[in-house]
Design a protein around this ligand. Structure first.
Ligand code: SF4
Length: 285
């Protein structure tokens, strides 16, 4: 599998989906690189569950005994590390200890499920070129990190883990670009087709595990390349605007900057970037 140059500019599912969700948030985070400072409890829980799952899957792959202790330790360490690095924003009436306990419950629930077999890779990072529907490669590559890859005979399954406050609908998985990114990454890197399974750890009053299966083909991967090409052009042309919705804005870390944003402030920013470029060019000559 590919070794990865982490410093190289690249696309990722989160960058692509962030631009599609709200180009202005993309601008604040990825162009201006403004620190976010705050993260919602739901995001922290989701990101803390992942090291717990990885600790479990790695030990299964190594055929080392594993139980809740090692898994929960990895979970708590990640939660503590995130708390030190940023401010966690809880919903009204939500308590920190309840959130932490909810993550523990989800992990214990998953540990009671049949363990995945024939593990090929855990938290594997791929860096691969993107290709448009004409077969032309894009200059900026795609980075995709798969939670888990398993095999059955010659077939590979990429497994993606989610935490969610509600069960997923089939259409969410069918239309998501995330499986497309994974399937393309595995195809380009290993030369094989792979299926995708979403495992959703649902944070309902009685937590449950939901599994959804999906697939992508060559045409889907070409369309992903076309889409990224279009986003690249939009970013080059500085097309950044707010997409206001309760879903987008309630957990957004850039609400103040967004309030201050106007199309005029944007053109001032752009012109100050032009001035800086002009000054840099003058100092070189
Ligand atoms: S507050 Fe809403 S519209 Fe503004 S940047 Fe954030 S997500 Fe976008």
């Amino acid at each position: 599998m590919n070794s990865v140059d982490r410093s190289r500019p690249h696309w990722s599912y989160s960058a692509i989906s962030q631009y599609l969700r709200c180009p202005l948030q993309y601008y604040f985070q990825r162009v201006l690189k403004l620190p976010s400072g705050t993260t919602s409890s739901g995001l922290i829980l989701g990101s803390a569950v992942h090291p717990g799952l990885a600790a479990y899957h790695i030990r299964l792959q190594q055929q080392v005994a594993v139980g809740p202790t090692e898994v929960l330790q990895a979970y708590h360490e990640e939660w503590a590390q995130r708390e030190r690095a940023e401010t966690v924003v809880y919903k009204d009436g939500e308590l920190r200890d309840d959130c932490i306990q909810q993550g523990e419950q989800l992990l214990k629930l998953y540990l009671n499920e049949p363990a995945p077999e024939s593990i090929v890779a855990v938290e594997q990072r791929f860096m691969v070129p993107l290709k448009n529907s004409h077969g032309d490669y894009l200059e900026t590559p795609l980075v995709a990190i798969t939670d888990l890859v398993t095999s059955k005979g010659s077939e590979l399954t990429i497994q993606e883990f989610k935490t969610s406050g509600r069960a997923y609908g089939n259409s969410e998985v069918e239309t998501s670009l995330q499986p497309t990114c994974y399937v393309h990454a595995v195809q380009e890197s290993l030369g094989v087709e792979a299926g995708v399974q979403f495992t959703v750890l649902v944070k309902t009053r009685t937590p449950k595990v939901q599994r959804l299966i999906t697939s992508r083909n060559v045409a889907d991967c070409g369309r992903l390349g076309d889409l990224v090409e279009a986003i690249e052009r939009a970013v080059e042309l500085k097309v950044f605007y707010p997409v206001e919705s309760p879903l987008n804005c309630s957990g957004c870390a850039y609400r103040q900057q967004c309030k201050d944003w106007t199309s005029q402030s944007r053109s001032e920013n752009d012109s100050s970037e032009l001035v800086q470029l002009a000054e840099a060019a003058c100092s070189l000559s």
